[in-house]
Write a protein that binds this ligand. Structure first.
Ligand code: AP5
Length: 232
């Protein structure tokens, strides 16, 4: 149909630290054949590589603060260019500020646009429990000693690597990350709501329940230009 955009969809996952963005984003990407882009994972990889970016990011991450917008926008733009435009993308942890969201919109235009922003929502007590039990593989696979343990204690099922406890998962740092979320990232809820893109997903249930809600909420949403063209 003329004017209908057929390029891959772009879904943004929003939500507080520990709510399950990575867990759900990896699964959604895998099931739909979309790329899963976690800016936290990109930064942790840069830290492991000892790159200039990694060294710069480290001081912000360990303090629970946001890495500056300019650094993040360049990183994501470069990563997007390597993905090709035909593939859907699940963004996890980006954008994190209104400035980043505006930069993402500019970077995607004119061929692509965000088709949904899914807000994963759960009470803070649930977030603390999830974060305290989190263990991660260097490659980004996430486990939880209470809710989603690996088959062998402390070892990744997929790669056999030792699992790590993130340095920013200490309770004091988690409090800072939550405050930063409320101040800098929560305004994105209004940003995407105003564009008609926000969908709310109850993230308090178990991993399968949350995934079912997310999948139903985002997978069949088309970009706004498609909806306008088809009247759907
Ligand atoms: P990032 O890695 O993005 O951290 P975050 O947003 O704080 O989110 P988390 O990774 O803590 O949690 P999540 O929601 O992915 O939950 P997960 O699936 O792991 O960023 C880290 C740092 O990098 C930032 O603080 C900042 O410094 C920097 N940064 C990154 N992006 C940036 C940006 N765009 N701009 C500026 N700075 C940036 O789940 C948590 C645990 O719960 C796991 O153990 C999991 O197994 C378990 N779990 C998940 N779902 C469930 C469920 N439904 N039931 C039971 N357990 C569950």
């Amino acid at each position: 149909m003329p004017g209908v955009k057929t390029a891959g969809r772009i879904v943004v996952l929003l939500g507080a630290p520990g709510v399950g963005k990575g867990t759900q984003g990896i699964r959604l990407g895998r099931e739909l054949g979309w790329a899963h882009v976690s800016t936290g994972d990109l930064l942790r990889a840069a830290r492991r590589d000892g790159s200039v970016l990694g060294l710069e990011a480290r001081k912000y991450m360990d303090a629970g603060k946001l890495v500056p917008d300019g650094v993040m926008v360049d990183l994501v733009r470069e990563h997007l260019a390597g993905l090709g435009s035909g593939r859907g993308v699940v963004f996890d942890g980006f954008p994190r500020t209104v400035q980043q969201a505006e930069a993402l919109d500019r970077a995607l235009a004119p061929e692509r646009e965000v088709s949904a922003a899914a807000l994963l929502d759960a009470p803070e007590a649930v977030l603390f429990k999830r974060i305290s039990g989190r263990r991660s593989s260097p490659g980004g696979r996430v486990y939880n000693v209470y809710f989603d343990p690996p088959r062998r204690d402390g070892v990744c099922d997929e790669t056999g690597e030792p699992l790590i406890h993130r340095t920013d998962d200490q309770p004091d740092t988690v409090h800072t990350r939550l405050a930063v979320y409320r101040e800098a990232t929560a305004p994105l809820i209004g940003y995407y709501e105003a564009k008609g893109l926000l969908v709310r997903v109850d993230a308090e249930g178990d991993i399968d329940q949350v995934y079912a809600g997310l999948r139903a909420a985002v997978a069949d949403r088309k970009p706004a230009a498609d909806r306008a063209a088809t009247g759907s």
